[in-house]
Write a protein that binds this ligand. Structure first.
Ligand SMILES: Cc1cc2nc3c(=O)[nH]c(=O)nc-3n(C[C@H](O)[C@H](O)[C@H](O)COP(=O)(O)OP(=O)(O)OC[C@H]3O[C@@H](n4cnc5c(N)ncnc54)[C@H](O)[C@@H]3O)c2cc1C
Length: 378
């Protein structure tokens, strides 16, 4: 359960009760579910988890634009199940462009079913040749009659193949670079949208490639107007990066809890591991770094919830610091637990496979550092 004492200066009274409720739900109903054995099972489990999150109203902070609520939820889910965290995260990533740039009609059509977990969303930005540099997007949206025809390939897309609705970034005017990128809402059953193949991750996480082959969409599928897609995508990432940091904090919290339980119990050289100073040093470092990461995370979310228009630097600091911290924390946990820590499906082994991607998706650590330096040097 997210510990609200450290971060209480950044929270409202309702956040305390959310943290307790979502913590109970995550550890009681989610952490106890078995880890899917393969990619097909992970895809089935992701849909089941979305149903649970929707039915329980746990997706609501996304729709309330309550960033601290989203962070508390991701922290709790990250601690219990990285797959459940990814399901929540993707529902946020696919929905935020609608919340920020959708017309009343688009919101009316989609937000209800998404909040209930009946519609699963995805965010399709990355391409084979456009990763960190998304201005290189080669997918095109060509005007055709009253609508657009989309052509191109999107790769490393979470929920590819199981999503019902994709937020797709495509260039409607290649001569304008980033200012020519637009965002479209494309239902999975749109003719010309094809699920190419799954891309199987070491941790359970539905990922894959999709292709658009003269995929025709009506003009009202566009979000935020022609050429507004890049700004909408960046605003979405700006908003959601603190939640990646929160998920990382949840994973580190779990790693620390597993380490503490183990070192108090396990005896070597005639005493518990916890009594050795080299062991204590690892515990102390993780606890300190975790506290610092949580402060950066909730500082960023607080600023956004208070109405600050951009939290570019705060979000980049939180994301880069927390995800790097979580990687070290999980690695230390595996080390402290020893051979059992690398056995398949030990909680820290699961975290070890899951935590790595957080330093890469939604902008790598290096890109976050460039963002921070860019703000400093303005
Ligand atoms: C699990 C997972 C889920 C994902 N889900 C989605 C999704 O749902 N939707 C989506 O659109 N994308 C998604 N992605 C893609 C993700 O956003 C990209 O992987 C990420 O942006 C990096 O792009 P890339 O992999 O092409 O790496 P590259 O951009 O090729 O970068 C490779 C390396 O070069 C470094 N690098 C690049 N440019 C610079 C620079 N200027 N200075 C210094 N170093 C640099 C990077 O930091 C990185 O270390 C997902 C990725 C993963 C792993």
């Amino acid at each position: 359960m997210p510990d609200t004492r450290l971060i209480r200066a950044f929270l409202e009274p309702q956040h305390g009760s959310l943290a307790a409720r979502v913590g109970d739900f995550a550890m009681g109903e989610i952490a106890t579910r078995p880890e899917p054995v393969d990619d097909d099972a992970a895809r089935t489990e992701a849909r089941a988890l979305l149903g649970l999150l929707g039915a329980g109203g746990w997706l609501q902070p996304i729709f309330d634009l309550d960033l601290r609520g989203c962070c508390l939820t991701r922290e709790a889910l990250g601690e219990a199940s990285p797959l459940a965290d990814a399901v929540f995260a993707l529902q946020g990533l696919g929905t935020t462009p609608i919340l920020l740039g959708g017309t009343p009609a688009q919101k009316e059509r989609w937000l209800g079913p998404i909040a209930r977990g009946a519609v699963m969303t995805a965010f399709a930005m990355t391409e084979p040749e456009a990763g960190s540099d998304v201005t290189g997007i080669a997918t095109t949206g060509r005007r055709e009659g009253s609508g657009y025809a989309l052509n191109g390939v999107k790769t490393l897309i979470s929920n590819a193949g199981i999503a019902d609705l994709y937020a797709v970034f495509a260039s409607t005017d290649q001569s304008k670079g980033a200012k020519g990128i637009s965002c479209f809402l494309v239902p999975a059953d749109a003719p010309g949208l094809r699920f190419v193949e799954p891309q199987v991750l070491s941790a359970p996480h539905p990922l894959g490639e999709i292709a658009f082959e003269d995929c025709r969409v009506p003009a009202d599928a566009m979000l935020g107007g022609e050429g507004r897609g890049y700004a909408l995508g960046l605003a979405t990432l700006d908003r959601l990066r603190p939640t990646v940091a929160a998920a990382a904090c949840g994973m580190a919290t779990r790693a620390l809890a597993e380490s503490l339980a183990h070192v108090k119990r396990r005896q070597q050289f005639g005493k518990p591991l916890a009594q050795f100073q080299l062991v204590q040093q690892k515990l102390a470092r993780t606890a300190t770094d975790l506290a610092a990461a949580r402060l950066l995370t909730y500082r960023a979310a607080y600023e956004k919830d208070q109405g600050q228009e951009r939290i570019t630097s705060e979000a980049a600091m939180a994301k880069s610091f927390a995800t790097e911290m979580a990687q070290r924390a999980v690695d230390d946990a595996v080390q402290l637990i020893g051979g059992r820590g690398v056995l398949a499906s030990h909680p820290v082994e699961r975290l070890y496979r899951a935590v790595r991607a957080l330093r890469i998706y939604e902008g790598t650590t290096e890109i976050q550092q460039l963002i921070i330096a860019g703000e400093l040097l303005k």
